[in-house]
Design a protein around this ligand. Sequence first.
Ligand SMILES: [Zn+2]
Length: 351
Amino acid sequence: MPELPEVEVVRAGLARHVAGRTVTGVEVLDPRPLRRQDGGVRAFVDQLTGRTVTAVVRRGKFLWLPLDDGRALSAHLGMSGQLLVRGTSPAAASDRDPAIRSAAAFLVDPDTRLGRRPVDLSATERPRYVRDISASPRHLRVRVHLSSDPSADGTDGAVLDLVDQRMLGGLHVVDLTPTVDGAPGGAGSPEPLLPADATHIARDLLDPALELAGPTGVVARVRASRRAIKTLLLDQGLVSGIGNIYADEGLWEAGVHGLRLGTALDTRVVARILEATAEVMRRALEAGGTSFDALYVDVEGASGFFARELGAYGRQGQACRRCGTTMLREALGGRSHTYCPRCQRRPRRRR
Ligand SMILES: [Zn+2]
């Protein structure tokens, strides 16, 4: 499941290649990803065609593309959804981002523009985690045709594909609504707007407008709860963007067992956990996200490379990187929790 850093990688890639383009056509090969669309396939196509994508915005793991009519295309990646951009001009892309110049060579397919392989930004760096993600047509669900980019010379039209093997992701057009606090809705746009069906999603840990301190801040709300800290970290209504990977990492970094209750933690410890989790996510972002599931790739087809850096997640049975004690894993609230029994003291069972 992509978490905040992985979705941010997708957001940045979409912003680079899709923002400013106009939708010239929509092909729905499978209606199931549109299940959240009011009015179904017809409404989706009608509401999207002719609209220009003005930005790409993310709050936590939620992603939306504001359109020029005040609505937005909302994208859910689910467990296996991928958004792939094809057909963007390699020359224009490398002009704007020198880092991908070397990758541009992979792009060109002389036979068909749409048949170009997606850009793989990372293949030359760490090929170990990269796989060929040439989309199987079987898993292509929705294809959005886009105009050339008016802000860059020499670009061609492009397509944005939703590819989804397990059918858990989806797209829909939704109204935007003002944020309660008047701050930007998320990363990627200064507009104080967010999708009307995402108002229950709290701001994420990397959002400068997230209220941490104060009587209604995240720290106070954690300390008022008798739920386990790990469960609280995963609660997208409290603070968004954290999934199983980064919750385990933040708790390991902070030296706190996930079963500790919010009420058992003092302000300093809660702040330490949140800061540690944010820091791990920032590091993952620099590395391009974390990827364990081969299905996860970013919008241009690159998978993340942060997995090897992790301290806790997926390391049960291995030595703690800090103290050498064998890491353990246990069930916690329907998820797994991997921890070091020495660095992260397990609370005594409640009677
Ligand atoms: Zn340890």
